[in-house]
Write a protein of this length. Structure first.
Ligand code: DDH
Length: 286
């Protein structure tokens, strides 16, 4: 048990659990980043519903959304951290874990603002189907991310998270990693998207994705239809080109937009105190 509010102690324990030799590419990092993103990425600005407040994925209605398949691994990795630092809310822990994972895998520092509640406000629960579908194209991407208030530039920067991790046929139906080293945060995703030839492939389960086979390395890399929509759309493409050649600019923009993602639906006063958390009846009281 650490002192309440000692986020440095929590960060340390998250960093220590990332190394998982038996899991995927040896790291829990990518799936933790995806947990943070899916907890926040249900937000709808018009109705002010969804978002990371409430950690709704603990419950069947959100946790059982097929879009969240596999994220139970991330939650299980974090359980010992929650047990040790029981004062932290799940909603803050999931966001902090994504932020620590990005940094530990060589990515930028993303600011962390705590104060989320684990109180589930039923009127704020997101319906299923709010997360993006990899089989779609640019219009779908703009619809989903526009709903959260993101610009074209922010959408492309956020998508750079696909430098990390992989698709699992038993989770999403897609299969494989986007880059050669999927546990190292970089701008390779943008560079490979532009420089390699991508061919459509139908997997044994009927799912279509794009692949590049590197004969020398004997390695197959993949892209989702939504990934390649970023190079094929004339408004998205200039941002892909910029991030492919300017890694520092990508890191800077990713940091800002990932922070924005984590704050969707969280209202704070001038001092940063969350207004729709501690004061909620039945919510987490600090
Ligand atoms: Fe993603 N993502 N994502 N993604 N994502 C998958 C894996 C990972 C889409 C679909 C998929 C973002 C945007 C999109 C990560 C982070 C982020 C998988 C594979 C699919 C499918 C899941 C599986 O089989 O295990 C689509 C579509 C979009 C879109 O923009 C249209 C964003 C914005 C992020 C982010 O973090 C900001 C990460 C990390 C992974 C790897 C997970 C793992 O287990 O490894």
């Amino acid at each position: 048990m650490s002192t309440k509010g000692d986020y440095a102690a929590v960060r340390k324990d998250i960093a220590a659990l990332l190394h998982q030799p038996e899991y995927d590419d040896g790291s829990a990092g990518p799936v933790l980043v995806r947990l943070a993103w899916h907890s926040a990425g249900t937000y709808d600005a018009t109705t002010d519903t969804g978002g990371s407040n409430g950690a709704g994925m603990r419950y069947e209605s959100e946790g059982g959304d097929p879009a969240n398949a596999g994220l139970q691994h991330a939650r299980v990795f974090l359980e010992p951290v929650k047990e040790k630092h029981s004062w932290i809310t799940y909603s803050d822990l999931w966001i902090l874990a994504g932020i620590v994972a990005v940094r530990e895998m060589g990515g930028p520092d993303v600011p962390f603002s705590p104060g989320r509640t684990d109180y589930v406000d039923d009127s704020k629960l997101p319906p299923r189907g709010r997360l993006p579908d990899g089989a779609q194209g640019a219009a779908h991407i703009r619809h989903v991310f526009g709903r959260m208030g993101f610009s074209d530039q922010e959408i492309v920067a956020l998508s750079g998270a696909h430098n990390l991790g992989r698709c699992h046929a038993d989770r999403s139906g897609f299969d494989g990693a986007w880059v050669q080293n999927p546990t190292r945060f970089s701008n390779s995703y943008f560079r490979l998207m532009l420089s390699l030839t991508w061919k459509e492939k139908t997997l044994p389960n009927g799912v279509k994705q794009f692949v590049h086979v590197d004969e020398d390395l004997g390695q197959e890399l993949m892209m989702l239809p939504t990934d390649l929509a970023l190079v094929n759309d004339p408004q998205f493409r200039p941002w892909v080109e910029l991030y492919a050649k300017d890694k520092d600019r990508f890191f800077e923009d990713f940091s800002a937009v990932f922070h924005k993602l984590t704050e969707l639906g969280i209202r704070r006063d001038a001092k940063g105190k969350v207004l729709n958390s501690d004061n909620v009846k039945g919510g987490y009281v600090s």
